[in-house]
Design a protein around this ligand. Structure first.
Ligand SMILES: Cc1cc2nc3c(=O)[nH]c(=O)nc-3n(C[C@H](O)[C@H](O)[C@H](O)COP(=O)(O)O)c2cc1C
Length: 207
């Protein structure tokens, strides 16, 4: 399997409307392939104007927000292409599409790097951010997965949230939990149980 980088991809419609969504960029030699499932506004935008930007958000709420109907995040103009990048990012990369592999389900747009820049120091990995990323991807596949599998994965990911999240990661997690709970038709929240179990452990109470 190739290396895949999870990013926030931004494209512009011919009218200039911004479209901001998380996408995995698939490494292929020196290029990165963007592969959106149909139907997709990203596909329409790329077919009209073959440029895209990928940003690495500092705030993981951007990723959770994009898959829970919260897509209004500050952006600024790109440096070399017609487009916009996430304002609050570790860095961003601007790509020109050099070829398209047509496909009825998932076309592949091969992006050649035009420009890249760093914007903020990256100090360290955070398990809660990784857990939000995984949960966000999970939340886009609910229609394909059995409820037991979804619950098992969410329970595991909640451990990292309970142990290592800051306020932004908790809020991002809550947005995903609400989406998953609505899909499964439950009022219960996994993180509340995980926190309670941890508090019990800390005070010597066995759960
Ligand atoms: C981290 C992450 C990576 C994703 N990668 C892809 C991807 O590579 N291809 C895809 O079609 N959807 C991917 N998704 C789901 C899309 O973000 C989501 O379905 C989005 O609405 C699709 O964009 P569109 O509105 O342009 O169709 C990903 C979601 C997350 C959270």
């Amino acid at each position: 399997m190739p290396l895949i980088l999870e990013t926030i991809v931004t494209t512009l419609s011919p009218e200039g409307a911004l479209h901001l969504v998380p996408f995995g960029l698939i490494a292929e030699g020196d290029d990165y392939v963007l592969a959106p499932f149909r139907p997709s506004p990203t596909i329409l935008n790329l077919d009209a104007d073959p440029y895209f930007c990928a940003s690495s958000p500092r705030d993981v709420r951007v990723i959770a927000g994009a898959v829970t109907g919260r897509r209004e995040w500050p952006t600024v103009a790109c440096d070399r292409i017609r487009g916009r990048r996430l304002a609050d990012s570790f860095g961003h990369a601007e790509f020109a599409v050099t070829s398209v592999e047509a496909d009825a389900t998932r076309p592949r747009y091969r992006g050649r790097l035009v420009h890249a820049a760093a914007h903020a120091p990256f100090i360290g990995y955070n398990r809660a951010q990784a857990a939000v990323l995984e949960a966000a991807i999970l939340s886009t596949r609910l229609h394909m997965l059995a409820p037991d599998k979804v619950m098992a994965e969410m329970r595991y990911l909640a451990i990292a949230i309970s142990k290592t999240a800051g306020p932004r990661e908790r809020e991002a997690w809550d947005w995903i939990e609400d989406k998953v709970a609505a899909h499964l038709g439950t009022e219960d929240r996994i993180l509340a149980d995980t926190d309670a179990a941890r508090d019990g452990e800390a005070s010597g109470v066995t759960c």
